[in-house]
Write a protein that binds this ligand. Structure first.
Ligand SMILES: Cc1cc2nc3c(=O)[nH]c(=O)nc-3n(C[C@H](O)[C@H](O)[C@H](O)COP(=O)(O)O)c2cc1C
Length: 330
């Protein structure tokens, strides 16, 4: 994954630059990372001539072309912006204005290639989060019109200088973990969707998944589905991400590691015993539900009768002839 980290401040060695540095260091172990500062480029203000509304091109030719080349290269874009008078710095606003040829509200507009994911970090000296949210809102509005999918944001208040930013490393690192995790989950979801050969046979009827979205208050429906499925199965597979050591160890108490070329995680396989059922059905609903409304801490639980609890139980695929809960669940 190519990741572009942008310092939206004109200050090359201030608090924003420090955050860009921390983010780049965190992400470079997983992705190809480039960082740029808006002040590295020279470009004119948008003249509001609107010729790009019909041509999809700007009449001015300057460093905007170079910045857009970096956007084209990136799969993930992380914009780091300080609050200047309660919004993004003027230099970055001037850049956004010049992106009008890419704005999707005009019939004829330029397009960035591929599906890009956008993240935003806002910082400010003052103490209130609403101002950070305003900065984030401005950048996410820009992302939306360039069809960059906003996937997450972080607001950091009380950050005046470089040293303040360095003191917030834990929050920034945690945010980077979320970026990595989302990217890996997307890759894995694609792989699982393509998976044809597995020890778990997938019934064709299992193509209609049940989704548990953020409106689901508890995991009682998930438990009900799982209880029925467990009674009809003999073996299980559990997939855990490498960093989910705690849950891997729990699963390993009921099974063994399966050989797999999945480099980002481990697969534990075993028999569906009363003890395994007891563990799975009595585990409390996870509290970290910001990204996914997790029904279980296990990323995937597959049973040999075709039942699949995927993406922390938020997607259920099952052999419909075995279960009769559809009315209650959908
Ligand atoms: C021109 C200017 C305007 C600012 N306006 C605000 C503001 O409205 N609210 C706020 O909380 N901080 C404001 N700040 C403080 C910055 O958000 C803060 O110092 C940030 O860490 C600056 O990062 P930088 O030095 O990397 O640009 C302003 C700073 C400058 C230079």
């Amino acid at each position: 994954m190519n990741t572009l980290v942008i310092n939206c401040s004109p200050v090359r060695n201030g608090a924003t630059a420090e955050i860009v540095h921390i983010v780049s260091e965190c992400l470079k172990h997983k992705f190809k990372v480039k960082s740029i500062c808006i002040d590295d480029f020279e470009f004119g203000f948008c003249k509001g001539c609107r010729s790009c509304h019909s041509t999809g091109k700007c009449i001015q030719h300057d460093d905007i072309d170079a910045i857009m080349k970096e956007y084209e290269w990136a799969d993930i874009i992380v914009s780091v912006a300080p609050s200047y008078w309660a919004d993004i710095p003027g230099q970055f606003k001037a850049f956004i204005d010049r992106c009008t040829p890419w704005c999707n509200t005009h019939e004829s507009h330029a397009e960035l290639p591929g599906e890009k994911k956008g993240y935003t970090i806002a910082l400010r000296t003052g103490p209130g989060m609403p101002e950070c949210e305003r900065v984030i809102g401005s950048i996410e509005h820009f992302y939306g019109h360039l069809e960059i999918v906003s996937c997450g944001s972080l607001g950091l208040c009380s950050v005046e200088c470089k040293e303040d930013a360095a003191g917030r490393i834990a929050e920034i690192t945690e945010f980077c973990d979320r970026i990595v995790r989302k990217a890996l989950e997307d890759v894995l979801s694609e792989q699982i969707a393509d998976m044809k050969v597995n020890t778990v046979a997938v019934d064709e009827k299992a193509e209609h998944p049940i989704y548990f979205d953020k409106t689901e208050k508890d995991n009682s429906k998930w438990l009900e589905l799982l209880t029925g499925a467990l009674k009809e199965s003999e073996t299980f597979e559990i997939h855990c991400w490498n960093e989910e050591k705690e849950w891997m160890e729990v699963a390993l108490q009921y099974g063994t590691l399966k050989a797999s070329d999945w480099k980002y995680g481990k697969i534990i396989t075993g028999n569906v015993t009363p003890e395994f059922m007891d563990m799975l059905l009595n585990m409390p609903k996870p509290l970290d539900i910001e990204l996914d409304n997790k029904m279980t801490p296990f990323f995937n639980v597959f049973l040999n009768n075709g039942f699949q609890s995927s993406h922390y139980g938020t997607e259920i695929y099952r052999n419909e002839k075995d279960f009769f809960l559809e009315d209650e669940v959908q």
